[in-house]
Design a protein around this ligand. Structure first.
Ligand SMILES: [Mn+2]
Length: 402
């Protein structure tokens, strides 16, 4: 597998030399500063591509392999406002990426919020920290801080009681901190949103249920996949994180059945899956190794990460575990992906090598002294990548050890 690493661009506190030392060879990045409505120009794409390859101090040995993400605007997801112009912009961006030779494009179809946590630095027994999602704490935000109309119907009585207790124990600073954590928005974004902005964005989904959002997703792909096919690009949808509805918003890319349905509607080598074991693994009914085998030919990118749930329910509280700990059988997932690579090589597919990255990491050692991008610490991810690389090496060894 192609070992890659997410880099947030020249302002990332983790430099290209650090990434090379961690052993990655490919870079996953995006033009994070551009809003989803703005087309990516050749100049902007090539400038970033050169920044990756040439580095601040000479050649890095790295290449920009995967775009994460080419964002889908809220207008496209809701089919409102200038959404048709945004589709044009999307296709223009695909053209620019293809001219630069960048073929793998990750996106997601989550309404309003990207990944959502309630604690970015939960203390682990080993002394490091990990990101955590606590249902009752999230309910406290929903019910008492955001005070969303109708929120009470979305939570059971026990969770509402827990949420009230949690909220009553919070001072104003703690409330503001939780609101900031929940509304972090997109990775790479400098700050969260205000509660009013969030309420406004939620209102844009009034009248959009799961079926409507699914159809809008199919419509989006119908509009961009022909371009991707012509250009030889691979679009791959990242699952919802966490994989269940929040704040009354529909979420439609949470389960194997969601992908089965979507990829049957748009059956193309240019429409596929980003297998994120960290996101999907939050649900006990998502068996990631089985998902990896079922969707293997359409997995264009893999996020390898592990989680541990507090309960075997949907939804559930969970924390981000070490890459080989947690409830996903990571060895079985990697075995499935290596088998798929062998199958592609035999078929002569030019995308035989599947890019993977250690998705998130716990903050450990010197990470704890750095105020970096939550979930993206240098040492924690380096450890994750090294462990995953060890599994790949062992499973690829293929012979008796002397
Ligand atoms: Mn992921």
């Amino acid at each position: 597998m192609r070992q890659t690493w997410r880099w947030f661009g020249p302002h990332d506190t983790i430099g290209l030399s650090d990434i090379r030392q961690a052993g990655a060879r490919g870079i996953v990045t995006a033009l994070h500063d551009l809003p989803a409505s703005v087309p990516w120009s050749d100049d902007a794409v090539v400038t970033r591509q050169r920044a990756v390859a040439e580095g601040p101090d000479g050649p890095t040995g790295l290449s920009w392999d995967v775009v994460e993400s080419l964002p889908v605007s809220e207008e496209i997801k809701t089919q409102s406002g200038d959404w048709r112009a945004h589709l044009d912009a999307y296709r223009t961006s695909l053209e620019a990426l293809a001219r630069a030779g960048i073929e793998t494009i990750c996106y997601n179809f989550m309404p309003v919020l990207d990944w959502t946590r309630t604690d970015l630095r939960a203390r682990m027994p080993h002394g490091g920290t990990a990101m955590r999602f606590d249902l009752a704490t999230f309910a406290a935000f929903d019910l008492h801080i955001l005070a969303r109309p109708g929120a009470a119907e979305d939570w059971d009585a026990a969770t509402r009681d827990d949420a009230a207790r949690i909220f009553n124990a919070m001072d104003e600073a703690a409330q503001a901190d939780l609101a900031r954590t929940v509304t972090m928005g997109l990775p790479g974004a400098a700050a969260g949103w205000s509660l009013d902005e969030l309420r406004q964005k939620l209102a844009e989904y009034d009248g959009i249920d799961a079926d409507r959002l699914r159809q809008n997703h199919v419509d989006f792909l119908s509009q961009v996949v022909p371009t991707a096919e012509r250009l030889g690009l691979r679009l791959c949808c990242h699952p919802d994180d966490p994989p269940f509805p929040l704040l009354g918003l529909p979420r439609v890319m949470s389960t194997a059945e969601d992908y089965r349905w979507l990829l049957a509607q748009v059956d193309s080598p240019s429409a596929g899956m980003t297998l994120c074991t960290g996101s999907m693994g939050v649900r006990p009914d998502n068996e990631c190794a089985a998902i990896a085998r079922e969707f293997a030919p359409k997995i264009h990118f893999a996020h390898l990460r592990n989680v541990t749930r507090d309960t075997e329910t949907v939804p559930a509280s969970f924390h981000e575990d070490e890459h080989l700990a947690g409830q996903t059988d990571m060895v079985a997932v990697i075995a499935a992906l290596l088998d798929e690579e062998a199958r592609r090589r035999a078929e002569g597919r030019r995308d035989a090598e599947i890019p993977m990255r250690p998705d998130h990491g716990q903050a450990i050692l010197s990470d704890l002294a750095v105020d970096g991008q939550p979930g993206y610490p240098a040492v924690g991810r380096l450890k994750g990548l090294a462990e995953l690389r060890g599994v790949m090496a062992a499973l690829s060894h293929g012979g008796a050890v002397a």
